[in-house]
Design a protein around this ligand. Structure first.
Ligand SMILES: [Fe+2]
Length: 420
């Protein structure tokens, strides 16, 4: 990859090719639970390099405004959330969720003046426990993506997020990299016992038995369909078939009947991102045991600093790596698959330099993902907005991990899954 292409892919400020492409899509701005009550305290939000303030107004609608009052540039975050608007603590100017200035109590201003004093506001919608924002130049072309987890009852899903101190793209690439699971997440004791609780035993077993998956990668309307095939005994293959939804959503393969998984990687700025992790079950409520596990760092969740979305393991404390564990029990000695991913992806640098890589066949999905993003960004520069942004229904569909006899071809498996 050329150095310039890496700059294009990783820089997300307004006016950059990738920044403008990302602004064509609805993106998670925060979790609904971060603004638990109407007229409650506002929240500082940085999204795509823009400093913003979020608040839930008297009617429950979430506003997402420029962080600074247009009057004297004081932080609206310090203001009062009252009577269907956020009031600046400096001179009492008040703004509603649409960014309209509705009161200037220091001056006798007519409606004409109020109109001119409005501030930047981005449209928001709440779905699936997430407040989505549209930061594009015009009206959103469609509603938020119809992801499966948004379409089940709240008790059937668990949504959380975790800070990653690196560029969004290397975080995303980790989620579509299907050769790393045989190593980074290897349990030297074959620890299927504790994994089985979460229905991941098969993944661990076959990934450890066969570290050289055959990778298939197809460009489809929503982005990529990625399949990793591993040996599963003498007669069968273990398939992991994932979906990448342009630009930053990955639905991760899980066995039929199990809890489903999705990841969304949202740029905070060029050097930081949020990793939204979603679990949902298509047919039933999640159990207390499942939710407690997700909340408290069981198996594949990183433990968070209580009351925050910050991981306990950081570069400063070597991601809680235990060298004795690394010799005897786990490939990394780092607790939890999520923290293992986070550690490795942060270790690539704040913005990974792709011009210095040496890629091999199994990296195909990563290459395809980059190409798709570069092409879409290029098209947008030419004035062609991505058609996918106005096709929310293209975001439906889960991803599967299944075992099939060796003579069953991928095309047939896809057909079978499409009919599920
Ligand atoms: Fe991983």
């Amino acid at each position: 990859m050329r150095f310039e292409e890496n700059i294009t892919l990783t820089h997300i400020d307004q006016g950059t090719p990738m920044g403008d492409l990302l602004r064509q899509f609805w993106l998670p701005a925060l979790l609904s639970e971060e603004l638990p009550e109407n007229d409650g305290p506002p929240l500082r939000v940085t999204l795509l390099g823009e400093e913003l303030v979020a608040f839930r107004d008297t009617d429950g609608k979430v506003g997402l405004l420029s962080a600074y009052c247009p009057h004297r540039r004081a932080e609206l975050y310090l203001g009062r959330n009252e009577g269907s608007g956020l009031r600046c603590a400096y001179h009492g100017w008040k703004f509603d969720v649409r960014g309209q200035c509705v009161d200037i109590p220091t001056d006798a201003c007519g409606p004409e003046v109020l109109k001119r004093m409005g501030t930047t506001a981005y449209e928001t919608r709440e779905h699936g426990g997430i407040v989505w924002a549209y930061m594009g130049p015009a009206q959103p072309p469609a509603d938020v993506p119809e992801l499966d987890f948004c379409r089940v009852a709240p008790e059937q899903r668990y949504v959380s997020k975790c800070l990653m101190k690196c560029n969004y793209l290397q975080a995303l690439e980790g989620s579509i990299d299907y050769s790393h699971i045989s190593f980074l997440h290897k349990d030297l004791e074959g620890g299927t016992g504790k994994a089985d609780t979460f229905g991941l035993g098969e993944m661990i077993k076959y990934s450890e038995d066969d570290g050289r998956p055959t990778i298939f990668c197809d460009r489809v309307e929503h982005g990529l369909q990625i399949a990793a095939r591993r040996e599963a005994g003498a007669d069968a293959y273990y398939w992991r078939i994932a979906r990448w939804f342009m630009p930053v959503i990955v639905v991760v393969p899980t066995a039929p009947g199990n809890v489903c998984r999705a990841n969304i990687f949202v740029p905070i700025d060029d050097e930081n991102c949020w990793w939204y992790r979603i679990r949902w079950h298509a047919e039933r409520a999640l159990t207390e045991q499942e939710i407690e596990g997700y909340k408290h760092g069981a198996f594949d969740y990183a433990e968070l600093v209580p009351g925050t979305y910050l991981p306990k393991g950081t570069r400063e404390n070597d991601y809680l790596q235990d060298r004795a564990e690394q010799r005897t029990r786990s490939f990394t000695g780092i607790p939890s698959a999520q923290l293992q991913d986070l550690a490795i992806q942060e270790s690539q640098g704040r913005i990974h330099d792709r011009s210095r890589e040496r890629l091999v066949k199994t990296d195909l999905p990563i290459v395809q993902c980059r190409r798709s993003l570069l092409q879409a960004a290029d098209e947008l520069v030419k004035g062609n907005a991505p058609a996918l942004a106005s096709r929310p229904q293209a975001y439906r569909g889960r991803a599967y991990a299944i075992t099939r006899p060796r003579n069953v071809e991928l095309a047939r498996i896809r057909e079978e899954l499409a009919n599920e």
